[in-house]
Design a protein around this ligand. Sequence first.
Ligand code: NCD
Ligand code: ZN
Length: 345
Amino acid sequence: MKTLSLRRPDDWHLHLRDGAVLQAVIGDTSRHFGRAIIMPNLVPPVVTTDDARAYRDRILAAVPQGDRFEPLMTLYLTEHTDPDDVEEGRKSGLIAAVKLYPAGATTNSHGGVRDLDKAMPVLERMAKIGLPLCVHGEVTTPEVDIFDREAVFIEEKLEVIRRRLPELKVTMEHVTTKDGVDYILAADRNLAGTITTHHLIINRNAILVGGIRPHYYCLPVAKREHHRQALRKAATSGDPRFFLGTDSAPHVDPLKECACGCAGIYTSINTMSCLAHVFEEENALERLEAFASLNGPAWYGLAASEEIMVLERQAEPVSYPAKRDTDAGPITVFDPMFPLFWQVR
Ligand code: NCD
Ligand code: ZN
């Protein structure tokens, strides 16, 4: 049997939610991943260090016994975020990054930033203390086509932030376009990008051909095929500027299968199987470790895991649940639309 050993992976962009959903989904991450950057877009959002501490405690209380899992907390940047609170959170070791959601860009982002000038004092402090900014890189201007929002964000917002604060470390989250990949490749320092599992597998046809398929709808929305190809090339290149952020984003089925469905794809369960499949297709299995286990910690100034994960290639397709049941309702698991053969031992 073919096997693949790698350091235990981490997930550098994850939504765990709270309450019943947190209880149901946390094990799907903690079973495979040692750490994860936890997104702060709860209702209400995680805006202060105290909020983050309380949320981390709820997450840790939900981790199944026997799993070793470290949540890396983030703060939701608002126009009123206090630079001192951010610095204290960082110094106490609790806060790993601050998240910028342009107001209205995605799920629970109405409290995000409208006027970047108002967030400048916090960003300046972050540049000074070396705290990374995680960016949801899409403009929200209604005139801009949804498929162009990432490219326009880079030009109109990200480039401005980086020119004003060249010392600020910026993680461009869930890159979905060749424009994003090229922009990261052109930067010699202080810029990196996460790539999701699903954006390596689907293009926009998955959402729209043969009927509207809400379980392939996420934000940033999947783009054209040549963008997916650029993401695959970047992810499998071994380049330290690219690493895994699943953006696994659970929503219960009734909230996705309706007239105005939520954005988000739930991939925590089968991400490692999907990634091994993709990297094998790209003849890059030996670089899966860089993408999933090495590049992320290096960027965040942490050591790679000392633990080893072994993946085995089975002769028959492996099975995984189609739904994750929760007390709030079922959550549909990402279907890559091809059989998976790689299984975590
Ligand atoms: C995320 C969510 O549901 O919180 N949804 C998504 O489609 N990725 C928000 C986000 O990361 O944009
Ligand atoms: Zn996300």
